[in-house]
Design a protein around this ligand. Structure first.
Ligand code: TRP
Length: 365
């Protein structure tokens, strides 16, 4: 466990800059291949709907890759975090169990990756209290991702949870001493805050031995931004996504309704033709081909031919994932067992970390 802490960091990661994080990520990739056992991955999702192709190419396949390289994983279903931008978490059981199905279907192995929920791990949540004491209101106020989410929130007022959830996310990462956080660019400010909290805790509460927390690194995946069927970012809440669990017919329907443009000749030009380029990219990712080659092959055949190609590519790609998902869905008790076992394990880890935290803070019971 302690050698998880034994990861030296470079000055480059002190900058929030994406390019620094990219450089650092390349360096980390090398170390992961060399010694996967030194790393512990923590990532997660909010249970706000089914996962889709954007998640797959953005993060899921990267999680499975790290798992298969031999990195131990923790996967949080962040149910409390749902309440950051809405009053009530709707259809929670359905979405939580749906996430577990999506994870299992894409190849997450619950024996190697601990799948758990926020709300079942009291000791994780308690870490939020000392962590909040380590950050200033001004720091919370500066978080660009939170600012953006507040701008898009459907709530009239900003809740305290919206304002403080990045510190809660630090607890998600640090409760299990995660030192590797594979995320998209929008999550970098949260990882930066987590690093700050880990450093400050270790400085303020020295143990005499090794520090309580590792200073975790973000691992940026090289995935391109996947566009939805309306030409804007593929997103659960925008109704423009192709869910992993959708049927082949639903997929055909979603793609048929996708927005294209009046130019019959198909090209790959993400800036000038986002709708067409989004579809081309989808086919290219599913077929592991170059998007320009996909566009050239369709050429003058037009948008209808493009949509046929994309539908076929997506359905073929997702067929084995969907078959596994259907198989697991037949056994809901198994899904619940996976969660129960994950929560039990996460609780044991969280209790131990909280014990170390209280000891380091001296006098806390
Ligand atoms: N905020 C993340 C998202 O919206 C989900 C999340 C919760 C998370 N806790 C995390 C991601 C910890 C990485 C690490 O996608």
């Amino acid at each position: 466990m302690n050698d998880l802490l034994d990861i030296t960091t470079t000055a480059a990661t002190d900058a929030i800059g994406t390019s620094a994080a990219r450089l650092r990520s390349a360096e980390l990739e090398e170390r992961i291949r060399y010694k996967p056992g030194r790393f512990r991955v923590l990532t997660g999702d909010r249970p706000t709907g089914p996962l889709h192709l954007g998640h797959y190419f953005g993060t899921l396949h990267n999680r499975v890759r790290l798992q298969d390289l031999g990195v131990e994983g923790f996967l949080i279903i962040a149910d409390y975090q749902v309440l950051t931008d809405r009053d009530v978490a709707e259809r929670l059981v359905e979405y939580v169990e749906g996430l577990v199905l999506d994870y299992l279907a894409v190849g997450i192995d619950p024996d190697r990756t601990t799948i758990f929920t926020h709300s079942a791990i009291p000791a994780l949540n308690q870490l939020l209290l000392p962590f909040l004491s380590l950050v200033s209101v001004a720091e919370l106020n500066r978080n660009p991702t939170v600012k953006d989410e507040i701008a898009h929130s459907r709530q009239a007022a900003v809740s305290g949870l919206m304002f403080t959830y990045p510190a809660h996310q630090a607890a998600d990462i640090l409760f299990c001493k995660g030192n590797l956080v594979p995320v998209g660019q929008d999550q970098l400010p949260h990882v930066e805050l987590t690093r700050t909290i880990a450093r400050r805790f270790n400085e303020r509460y020295p143990t005499g031995g090794s520090p309580v927390f590792p200073v975790p690194d973000a691992l940026l995946s090289a995935a391109p931004l996947l566009l939805g069927t309306d030409g804007s970012k593929m997103s659960k809440s925008r109704g423009n996504a192709i869910p992993l669990g959708a049927s082949a017919d639903e997929t055909a329907r979603l793609i048929r309704a996708a927005r294209t443009d009046a130019d019959r000749h198909i090209t790959y030009d993400p800036v000038a033709r986002p709708g067409v380029a989004g579809l081309v990219l989808l086919a290219a990712l599913c077929q592991e081909r170059d998007p320009h080659a996909v566009a050239d092959e369709i050429g003058a055949a037009g948008a209808a031919a493009l949509k046929r190609t994309v539908t076929e590519a997506v359905n073929e790609f997702l067929a084995p994932i969907r078959a596994r998902r259907t198989e697991y869905a037949r056994d809901p008790e198994r899904v619940r067992r996976v969660l129960r076992a994950g929560n039990e394990r996460a609780n044991a880890v969280a209790d131990e970390t909280l014990r170390e935290v209280r000891t380091a803070m001296r006098g806390m019971y």
